[in-house]
Design a protein around this ligand. Structure first.
Ligand code: GAP
Length: 442
């Protein structure tokens, strides 16, 4: 992994963002756990998506479908047949790889050559109920999308939505990836944020272009650097079995071959899914247009994003090392400082409250301020170590604001607010502090 990534992975473990799953037992390949700060960052990311895609729109409703679905779903959707990667095995050490990710010689033993590629299905099999036979077998869903398609009719009827309208869902998905790797970029258990936007046939080009623009705008609004994002349209031979056209939003990952890789895909799925589910289930999944008295099978545009992958991209985008430290304290001038420049809406901790002394009356005042702010935001209270060190701890986890309670605060009822990126400080009245942050953080 590139140097920058090694540093980020180490920060993620040390500060409680992300670490290998079941670590005390040696881990489980391609599986990660999210620690106290990671879970907050992830929640904020999902909340920002939900707000933009569901809350702020009249034409999108939410859904939380089950991870386990009737196995017939995966036959009808084509996943049993098509959700495969080409797998090769080293003839010497018998390690297995994705054919498109390796060269001629085995990267592990450096000696062996490979078998002919064969298709490997990526769905994780399980059984439901006490009898383990073919009838009880199904899969952990490899995408959340199918939960939306099978519920299309019920959701449309119950929410009385008219075309065009969308159904959005956030949830876990599982893929038995042949080669998981690059930290949380490719894992075997991950979360997706998917929107299926149902439209009239013939309007697909317009909505496909609309959603590409909308989604790109969202990435910029949550703080991504413009120069690290780009769009890539798929050539025909790369399209998934369900897609008439796909454009990826790509991020400049430091480990990516060619410098870029996917964080979200926007696909024109046509009526592929509804048609197949209608045929297989023998249920009517068409839509009746009251105005034109026409019955149609909706087309669908799907913006599909990976929570874990976007979170990784966000961390990379925000990570900065300042050699020689920033200029604030003599202590911090000595060595390299890390700053995580996360957007305030996404940062796990919004404000840290730091009294200048460990004693009364500053500690009580500090705790009272923290308790007041906690009603609205995630706050940390920290009275240990020098103020310079405490600022650095907060910079490293991306906290946008620190509130310093000093000896004058007791007399003038004011505190010093320090902003992470500019390091600018300003005096703010304690009575106004909630309103002050409401403007800055939201
Ligand atoms: N429903 C369409 C679909 O699932 P996809 O391109 O296979 O399309 C969508 O996945 C997004 O899910 C990707 O852009 C990526 O962010 C995320 N994703 C897919 N496989 C992943 C994996 N193994 N680990 C982490 N994220 C993954």
């Amino acid at each position: 992994m590139p140097d920058e990534m090694e540093k980020l992975v180490s920060l993620c473990k040390r500060r409680g963002f992300i670490f290998p799953g079941s670590d005390i037992y040696g881990g489980l390949a391609g599986i990660y756990d999210y620690g106290p700060l990671g879970v907050l960052l992830k929640q904020n990311l999902k909340a920002a998506w939900w707000k933009r895609v569901v809350q702020e729109r009249e034409d999108v409703v939410g859904l939380d479908a089950a991870i386990l679905m009737n196995a017939k779903t995966w036959e009808a959707s084509g996943h049993t047949k098509f959700m495969t990667d080409a797998l090769v095995e080293c003839k010497k050490c018998h390690h297995r790889f994705r054919a498109d990710k390796v060269g001629e010689t085995c990267p592990d033993c450096k000696k062996g050559t490979f078998t002919e590629p064969r298709p490997f299905n990526l769905m994780l099999k399980t059984t439901v109920g006490p009898v383990e036979d073919e009838g009880s077998a199904t899969f952990l869903r490899p995408e959340t999308a199918q939960g939306i398609f099978v519920n299309f009719h019920t959701v449309q009827q119950s929410s009385r939505q008219k075309l065009p309208f969308g159904i959005a869902q956030i949830g876990k998905a599982f893929r038995n990836e042949i080669t998981p790797g690059n930290f949380t970029f490719r894992t075997r258990e991950f979360e997706q944020m998917e929107l299926e936007y149902f439209i009239k046939p013939g309007e697909d080009k317009k909505w496909y272009e609309y959603w590409i623009k909308e989604r790109m705008k969202w990435f910029l609004d949550i703080g991504f650097k413009k120069q690290n994002l780009r769009l890539r349209e798929y050539p025909k031979e790369e399209l998934a079995h369900y897609s008439k056209g796909t454009t990826d939003i790509e991020y400049a990952f430091p480990f990516a071959k060619g410098g870029w890789d996917e964080i979200e895909g926007i696909a024109n799925r046509t009526d592929f899914d509804l048609k197949n589910h209608q045929e297989a289930s023998k249920q009517d999944l068409s839509y009746f247009d009251e105005e034109t008295k026409e019955r149609v099978l909706s087309y669908v545009i799907e913006p599909s994003a990976g929570v874990d992958r976007i979170m990784l991209a966000l961390l990379i985008d925000a990570f900065e090392e300042v050699e020689g430290g920033r200029t604030e304290t003599t202590e911090s001038n000595k060595d390299t400082e890390t700053v995580l420049r996360l957007h305030p809406s996404i940062a796990p901790i919004k404000v840290a409250v730091l009294p200048l002394s460990k004693k009364e009356p500053l500690t009580k005042l500090g705790r009272d301020i923290a308790a007041g702010l906690r009603k609205r935001w995630m706050i940390q209270y920290d009275e240990t170590a020098s103020i310079g060190r405490r600022y650095r701890r907060q910079d490293e986890i991306g906290t946008p604001y620190c509130v310093t309670v000093d000896f004058e605060s007791v007399d003038d009822n004011k505190v010093t607010v320090r902003e992470r990126d500019s390091m600018k400080q300003e005096r703010v009245g304690i009575a106004e502090i909630g309103e002050y942050f409401k403007d800055k953080i939201g």
